[in-house]
Each structure stands twice: as C-alpha cells, then as structure tokens.
Design a protein around this ligand. Structure first.
Ligand code: NAP
Length: 227
C-alpha cells in the first residue's frame, strides 16, 4: 500500500521534484513551504495536499505536524527537506540574525518535526524519517561556517535519532546531497545535479525494501570532490 508523506521545502528545488515524483508513484503527499503561489501550483499539478508554514516559528512547526497528521490520518514518511543558504561570510563578520535564522530553519525545525513524528511512529512501530543534510557536513568550507555548522548539527542529531528510533522499528535516513542546481544559490550551476536527480535518490530510498534501513545516503555530482 502506498504511504502518506509529509515533506517540507516542497515549493522549490529538490523538495518540489520529490513531491512530484512521489505523487506520480501514488503516494499521498502533504507539502509545505512559505510561498503560497508556488504551493498552489504544486497542488494543481500533482493533486497533493499542503499548507504554507514558516519553519522559523517553532509553534508553527508543531502546528504543521498536527495539520498534516489530521489531513493524512497517519504520517508514514517525514522528509525534512527545507533549508536555506545564509550565504558566505567570514566568522568575524557573522551577523547574529542570520546565525539564528539558520539555526531555526536548518536545525530546530527538522528537530521538532522529528520529535513529533517519533512520538507517533514509535507508538505504532513503523515509519521513516529522512533528514536532508548536505555533503558540507562531511567536510568544511572557508567562510561558510553558519550553514556548515548547522548542517553538522543536523548530521549529529540524525545519527542519535537513528539509534533511538531503531528500537521501535522506525527507519531514519540522513540524506547528504552534493551540489544541486536549484535556487539555493544565486548562480546557476549546470555542472551540478539536476533537482529531479537529487530527488530521485530520496524517492528510491523511500522505496527501499521493508527489511532494509539506509542510515546514510551520500551522493554528489561528478564535479564535486569534497570527500
Ligand atoms: N542545492 C544544493 O546544492 C544543496 C546541496 C546539499 C544540500 N542541500 C539541501 O537540500 C535541501 C533543499 O535545498 P534546495 O537546493 O532544493 O533549496 P531551494 O531550491 O532553495 O528550496 C528550499 C525550500 O525550502 C523552503 N524554505 C526555506 N526557508 C523556509 C522557511 N523559513 N520556512 C519554510 N520553508 C522554507 C523553501 O520554501 P519557500 O521558498 O516557499 O519558503 C523551498 O521550498 C536543503 O535542506 C538544502 O540545505 C542543497
């Protein structure tokens, strides 16, 4: 039986493509982002459900889980995909508002959604949580400490969650895409992965056999050598 999926960051980029592929395969998808117009376009294109939500507000994050849960009846798969690039700047010039915003969206929101999902999934002893991290959390980069350190935090949290969730049969996957040609950065990168391709890897992971759990899914465009 096809599953019910809650996905964040579905209005653009990798999340939008993942939502489209999942709907095409018969999954029931509850999609979210901040841009109402783009969310409406996605809903019309795919027939998915969804609501806008600013993930920088922790109360809105918890409310989002509740809304998705009542719309879907049961959330089988949570994809914490939303994230944003606070840009590059040296540590000496880091702006506290940008640091806090990166913490809120790139770390706190997925953490809270995992907390809500795990309560419900562990009670029914099934479910799959995927946290979209980045290959940046396998390396480091000059002038990129804000984004890099919060993705490291999500990486560390995901490793802990894998261990906590396994006792109740809940699968947890850390997804580590490399460079993908989305609106995540100002410049086009045609040498990077297409968002459809990055999304396809996530969808394949969701379709893994029941007796397999993928802990880490690391993939890159051929041009990337940050390993
Ligand atoms: N592109 C890359 O090279 C790359 C590489 C490694 C990892 N990643 C990770 O992959 C994930 C998807 O990235 P992408 O490249 O697809 O980015 P993208 O094209 O910029 O899309 C980001 C998505 O996140 C949502 N989002 C951002 N801030 C939000 C907020 N405050 N509240 C709610 N939603 C918010 C956006 O929705 P709205 O615009 O509607 O708010 C949008 O749907 C991110 O976690 C990113 O860190 C990307």
């Amino acid at each position: 039986m096809k599953k019910n999926v809650l996905i964040t960051g579905a209005t653009r980029g990798i999340g939008r493509e993942a939502a489209k592929q999942l709907c095409a395969q018969g999954f029931t998808v509850f999609a979210t982002g901040r841009d109402l117009r783009l969310l409406d376009v996605l809903k019309k294109e795919t027939g998915c459900l969804g609501e806008i939500c600013d993930l920088s507000d922790p109360a809105a994050v918890v409310a989002l889980y509740e809304k998705a849960h009542s719309a879907l009846g049961q959330i089988d798969v949570l994809i914490n995909n939303a994230g944003f690039n606070p840009g590059k700047e040296p540590v000496t010039e880091v702006d506290v508002a940008r640091l806090d915003a990166s913490y809120a969206v790139n770390f706190r929101a997925p953490y809270l959604l995992c907390r809500e999902a795990l309560k419900e999934m562990s009670a029914r002893k099934s479910g799959h949580i995927l946290n979209v991290v980045s290959t940046i959390a396998r390396t480091s980069a000059e002038n990129y400490s804000t984004y890099c350190s919060l993705k490291y935090a999500l990486h560390g949290f995901t490793l802990c969650l894998i261990k906590e969730a396994r006792h109740s049969g809940v699968k947890v996957t850390g997804v580590y895409p490399g460079g993908t040609d989305t609106e995540f950065r100002d410049t086009d990168r045609p040498d990077y992965m297409r968002p459809e391709s990055a999304a396809q890897m996530i969808v394949q992971c969701i379709n893994s056999p029941d007796d397999v759990t993928v802990h880490e899914l690391v993939y890159r465009p051929m041009v990337e050598s940050n390993f």
